[in-house]
Design a protein around this ligand. Structure first.
Ligand SMILES: Nc1nc2c(c(=O)[nH]1)N[C@H]1C(S)=C(S)[C@@H](COP(=O)(O)O)O[C@H]1N2
Ligand SMILES: [Mo]
Length: 210
């Protein structure tokens, strides 16, 4: 394992790997639970919670697909220690969503909701990063079902569990609340460069009481 990995690391690494991560060959599938079936006529993307106008915003699949498309080159860092470097993601910028359906002035965090009630919480600033993307494509192709089709969130500067696959909406929040993995032992913020893997590493102010 050692030899090819280190060669590949030199060749492919456009960026450094965060501490404790190793390069993964190929693109493994990692998630909890079954892969949901996409039902286009039932799918919708919802923005709810503390919106600026107090209303919910909703896009069906056709409407969502018509939103402005952009690409982001980003690495994926799984907390189980593998990383994938330099993937090209295509989709709708999180900022585009926040411009069309803005948060109220007192919003501090966003809960990203996916199929089967999977969720992940983000600070508003992490959500509004110009590299945070609701991805429909990877490497120019539509996502496959197991990688999150029709929509997944990519937050390049955080561990990959912060990017739910099969996303169905976001909830604007005026206080922080833990998502699925954040309630189950993973770090509330999840910055791979600071190796924020587990909730026991949290410092005061990093997250709500457990
Ligand atoms: N809905 C959902 N999204 C999820 C997860 C999950 O369990 N459920 N796991 C996350 C984790 S831990 C990782 S590492 C990435 C893996 O993405 P991939 O399977 O496309 O490599 O998906 C993330 N998104
Ligand atoms: Mo992960």
């Amino acid at each position: 394992m050692g030899q090819p990995e280190s060669r590949e690391r030199q060749g492919a690494a456009q960026t450094e790997l965060p501490p404790g991560q190793r390069l993964q060959r190929g693109w493994p599938v990692t998630h909890y639970g079954p892969v949901p079936k996409f039902k286009p006529e039932r799918w919708e993307f919802r923005v709810f919670g503390a919106t600026a106008d107090g209303d919910k915003h909703c896009w069906n699949h056709e409407e969502f697909s018509a939103l402005p498309f952009e690409t982001v080159i980003a690495d994926l860092h799984c907390v189980t220690k593998f990383s994938m470097l330099g993937a090209e993601w295509g989709g709708v910028g999180a900022r585009t969503i926040a411009e069309i359906a803005p948060p109220a002035a007192d919003v501090t965090h966003v809960m990203v909701w996916a199929e089967y009630g999977f969720s992940s919480n983000l600070r508003l600033a992490d959500f509004l990063s110009d590299r945070t993307l609701f991805a429909t494509h990877n490497g120019g192709d539509l996502l496959t079902a197991e990688h999150g089709f029709p929509l997944r969130l990519v937050v390049p500067h955080l561990y990959a569990w912060k990017g739910p696959k099969w996303v169905r909406g976001i909830e604007y929040m005026t206080a922080d609340r833990r998502g699925f993995w954040e309630e189950r032992g993973y770090h509330n913020i999840g910055d791979p460069w600071r190796e924020q893997r587990y909730s026991y590493q949290e410092e005061p102010g990093d997250g709500p009481e457990l």
